[in-house]
Design a protein. Structure first.
Length: 756
């Protein structure tokens, strides 16, 4: 969104004003033609008919103006003081599409995003429950947790009067500095797609629509409005597109949001290969495509390429799907059948998802205590114990003195900025931080780690130092039994981190404190991976991501062992930027209108696959995560049943504490080549009592064992041997392996065995 850049926003708004003055009837529905009367019968409102039939009947009953209104979205807030929010939009919301009351079809009220019900900045934010960041949900590796979180935030959306939630962000983490990684689900298509699918299903279980976004390859924020993402199409099918395809299959998401960037030339919102081809033809998507806010660039090209709805038209250079679309249909440049299909897709989704039969109303009751517990459980399952030398953690409740240092840990936990910003019940914990404008403000949730730590160790003396003076912090730490340093990295939409280093001299702070007290534990609240020059000098590191509205309690529960950590990294932590496919970020953050290309030469070799291919040793590998207990694997076997590879193995808790493990199955072809040596093929999250063994069986998604062929649009696997490795992480910790012989197989474009 252009909320940040006043020049671009002003220029765009001026243009919109000029167009509005020249064509006062640009908004659909503004035509002078009299509105027809309300029909005596409305058979499309009969819930016993199927959604297709209902939508066909409804569209048949619509006037041209009514059809046009469905495809034209308004921003739900004032834009830079220049354009006013639509009067019927919910205040400080993402968007609004008027309904057709004459036909009994309600308006669409849109809210961001995947962490909860967000508010656009302004004087009257909604206070809602925030889930931890998407990366933290992905770190749980538990689809049930993703579903529960989605169901919770979707219920708050419904209670707030929204029937469209702009959730389901699943851009693969190709760039660890990407300012929106915290909204996404990591670097692996199988993991990210699976978790997104369950989260979206949870949102839509509230009889509202969720999006899947940003389609596709919006892999960095720098230059996002103009950059041309260049990638081999087959590689894209096996990476970012595969994540979206899996998410869509699992969830049947009602809407897909096309992205800001270009893809191999065209903007994604007017790319016929992507929208009509991949999404609607190949995947059989029956929902509707909405543009990102400011991502529509044309009328005829966009409509004919498959865009169904222009969102927040105030952000675009022109109201393309307003009067211009009406004109284009009159001249035949956009066929009438296409406009009918656009309206059909939108109302069909509304029928299919329950939006018409179960209208939303603001002012619903929200159980913040129960929802806060859902958020806390997600955080507890997603906390990743990166290092724990000498078993310094969990802390004993009998510890006498604890120094808590930095990160505003006395009052709250951090969240990420931009359109997804959820504001907490109880107000922002730290006032006056910069930036206070887009993509800010910087929001700390009032869930104090310090207080939660004190509650875990009621007899301990817990002291706080804000960490702004490393020497002073070191003096505080020196006298304590244990020092807990909270380090933070704030990041937000539209901004990439310029480096993987922690900001504000926090590396120096940690080093100095560790020098004063060898029992120093670092708790990281970061948007994504960071580098850790001090790693060898501290015995323990806990990755707490952005832990959501109950994050302080979750952190304390893990530090003291009330919860045994079971999160595993959904993304590689690089040792340095030099290991990345693009050591330097392309583009210039100061020139958003700069035209440039990003060459995704790594293709499908994203994250750990790239590291494997290049032989780079990361700081922490994908999949890594420690527990307070230990696990061992045995009896690994693979077998093809009904054309699908099934993997069986046993997991034993070999320690003294109950805990959860995430055994990961990686597949490596021995007689053919993939983009990289191995791929994640399956995993499970297993809860085990001390000494307990469980047998697990997982079925492998066949597309993960195949290569996509763009020419025939099929997934292919030659006959041959594949090595299966069961391990704690992508680096092979605790690994056991077995080789299986797989028959040749050709799957259709949707991954189904091809009919002969
Ligand atoms: C973001 C979308 C968001 C939209 C509406 C855009 O800036 O890229 O993710 O849904 O704004 O707020």
């Amino acid at each position: 969104m252009h909320r940040k850049n006043p020049t671009v926003a002003a220029a765009r708004t001026a243009l919109v004003a000029a167009i509005a003055a020249a064509f006062p009837l640009f908004a659909p529905g503004a035509s002078a033609a009299p509105e027809p009367a309300e029909p005596a019968q409305k058979p499309w409102l009969n819930p016993s008919l199927d959604a297709d039939r209902r939508a066909r009947l409804a569209v048949q009953a619509m006037t041209q103006q009514e059809k046009l209104r469905w495809v034209f979205g308004y921003f739900g807030n004032d834009l830079g003081g220049k354009s006013k929010k639509h009067p019927d939009a919910l205040h400080q919301s993402a968007g609004y599409i008027p309904g057709t009351p004459r036909l009994g079809l309600p308006a669409l009220f849109e809210t961001d995003a995947a962490q909860g019900v967000a508010s656009q900045a302004g004087p009257n934010v909604r206070e809602r429950t925030a889930l931890p960041s998407g990366l933290m949900t992905a770190s749980t590796w538990d689809p049930k947790v993703a579903y529960a979180g989605g169901a919770m935030i979707g219920s708050e959306a419904r209670a707030s009067g929204f029937n469209v939630m702009l959730a389901g962000g699943v851009n693969l983490q190709r760039e660890p500095r990407n300012g929106r990684n915290f909204e996404y689900l990591g670097e692996d298509p199988l993991l990210a797609g699976t978790m997104a699918g369950h989260a979206i299903k949870g949102v839509e279980s509230n009889k509202i629509i969720s999006t899947l976004k940003h389609f596709v390859l919006n892999g960095q924020e720098t230059g996002r409005f103009e950059l041309d993402a260049r990638i081999d199409k087959a590689a894209l099918r096996m990476s970012d597109l595969l994540a979206m395809e899996l998410a869509l299959e699992l969830s049947d998401a009602g809407s897909v949001m096309c992205a800001y960037n270009r893809l191999n030339g065209p903007y994604t919102c007017e790319d016929p290969w992507l929208l009509n081809g991949v999404l609607k033809r190949d995947w059989g998507f029956r929902g509707y495509v909405m543009s990102d806010w400011g991502a529509t660039h044309s009328t005829v090209a966009a409509a004919n390429a498959g865009l169904d709805q222009q969102s927040g038209h105030e952000f675009d250079k022109s109201p393309y799907f307003g009067g211009a679309l009406e004109e284009a249909v009159k001249t035949g440049a956009v066929p009438q059948a296409r406009l009918d299909d656009m309206a059909y897709r939108i109302v069909r989704t509304m029928f299919a998802k329950g939006v018409v039969d179960h209208p939303v109303k603001p002012g619903g009751v929200i159980d913040f205590a129960a929802n806060g517990a859902v958020s806390r459980q997600t955080a507890e399952e997603g906390m990743v114990l990166l290092k724990n030398e000498g078993r310094i953690l969990p802390l004993a409740k009998t510890v006498r003195t604890i120094a808590v240092i930095g990160g505003h840990a006395d009052v709250g936990v951090l969240s990420g900025g931009g359109s997804s910003q959820v504001y907490p019940v109880g107000g922002i914990a730290v006032k006056g931080l910069k930036p206070d404008t887009w993509p800010g403000p910087v929001v700390y949730y009032p869930s104090s780690p310090l207080r939660a730590i004190q509650a875990q160790a009621p007899n301990a003396k817990v002291v706080f130092d804000d960490g702004t003076d490393p020497a002073r912090a070191a003096r505080v730490a020196a006298g304590a039994d244990v020092a807990l340093v909270f380090a933070t990295q704030w990041i937000g939409e539209a901004n990439d981190a310029q480096t993987l280093a922690l900001p504000d001299r926090q590396d120096e702070l940690i080093g100095t404190v560790a020098g004063a007290n060898p029992r120093t534990v670092v708790v990281l609240e970061t948007g994504g991976p960071v580098t850790m020059p001090w790693l060898a000098r501290v015995p323990a590191v806990l990755q707490a991501w952005y832990p959501g509205t109950s994050g302080g309690e979750a952190i304390a529960n893990v530090l003291f062992g009330a919860v045994n950590p079971s999160g595993h990294l959904p993304a590689t932590f690089p040792a340095s930027e030099q290991q990345l496919p693009r050591p330097k970020l392309d583009g210039d953050p100061k020139v958003p209108e700069l035209q440039f290309a990003v060459d995704y030469h790594e293709g499908a070799a994203v994250g750990y696959k790239w590291f494997d291919l290049k032989g780079h040793k990361p700081l922490f590998p994908f999949g890594h995560g420690l527990s307070y207990t230990t696990f061992a694997y045995s009896a690994l076997a693979g077998q093809v049943k009904d054309g699908r590879l099934h993997v069986r193995f046993k997991v034993t808790n070999t320690g003294n504490l109950a805990g959860k493990d995430v055994p990961q199955v990686y597949a490596a072809p021995l007689s053919t080549k993939w983009e990289a040596p191995k791929r994640l093929a399956a995993w499970s999250k297993v809860a085990l009592q001390p000494g307990e063994t469980k047998e697990v069986e997982v079925a492998v998604e066949p597309r993960v064992l195949a290569m996509f062929d763009e020419k025939s649009r099929t997934w292919r696997r030659p006959q041959g041997k594949v090595r299966l490795t069961l391990a704690e992480d992508a680096a092979g910790t605790g690994a056991t392996s077995v080789t299986v012989d797989l028959p040749a197989s050709t799957l259709d474009v949707r991954g189904r065995p091809r009919a002969r």
